[in-house]
Design a protein around this ligand. Sequence first.
Ligand code: CO8
Length: 258
Amino acid sequence: MAYDNIIVEIEEHICTVRLNRPDALNALNLELLRELGKALGEAQKNDKVRCIIIAGSEKAFAAGADIKMMSEKSFTDVFLGDLFTPEEAAVMRIRKPIIAAVSGYALGGGCELAMMCDFIIASDTAKFGQPEVNLGVMAGMGGTQRLTRLVGRAKSMDMNLTGRFMDAEEAERAGLVSRVVPCKELMKEATGAAKKIAEKSMISVMAIKEAVHRADQMPLTEAVLFERRLFHSMFATEDQKEGMAAFVEKREPQFRDK
Ligand code: CO8
């Protein structure tokens, strides 16, 4: 399917979605976000796809929501139109793993989109920020919430209140990103991680994603019980038999998602 604001490639079980508005540093307008939601929905339905990567350009993952699109909007427009709620839901509905490959600016909605992914691999040029305060507004797609859960209150308050950017090294130290690699190696690293995930049983992979996301949302004892019941349920799968037999027989497992 052809898109105007993103480029989608599917290769070796990996769907890579590149944000592609180079003249606006990949600023997120509604058209782009709707195309992204559609592409992710298609990847979810496509049995060939086992992992998804969202990337931008070398200069910018995304420099935020499109300020030009928002500048003339009124309270009534955004409140009654529920700006960005369906677009966020479309990303959060995806059950397959999503890696954000971030190079350059990931600001405002760009940082928030990266945080909606399951983990972030960053290039050493990455810059994260929630600079909405400089525009007389505030974060609106998780910048005060997901960022606080990921890096803690002190750094989240600092970034949201001052609008300062966090470089890749600080982001890794703070727990916002899982790995930092040289800019030129970003896509190789992200693809390598995606390929590793693609080799596993999709039953384990999708259950792990659901369980880890519960860590933000449930009390610990409930969340551990949720995890334990998922773990127990895996003993009903052929992939559990295959994975454990392969270990015992000292060979590579052949998972069949059954
Ligand atoms: N929206 C629209 N256009 C943008 C944006 C943006 N967020 N960011 C950059 N651009 C455009 C510029 O206007 C410019 O276009 P033009 O040449 O036509 O004027 C082009 O991209 C290149 O930008 P710069 O010339 O500014 O490039 P620099 O290298 O000098 O600076 C910066 C790069 C520092 C990234 C700078 O562009 C900047 O500060 N951008 C704005 C960052 C920002 O404030 N982001 C937060 C936006 S608000 C937001 O995200 C709210 C989130 C709420 C929910 C989100 C749901 C998706």
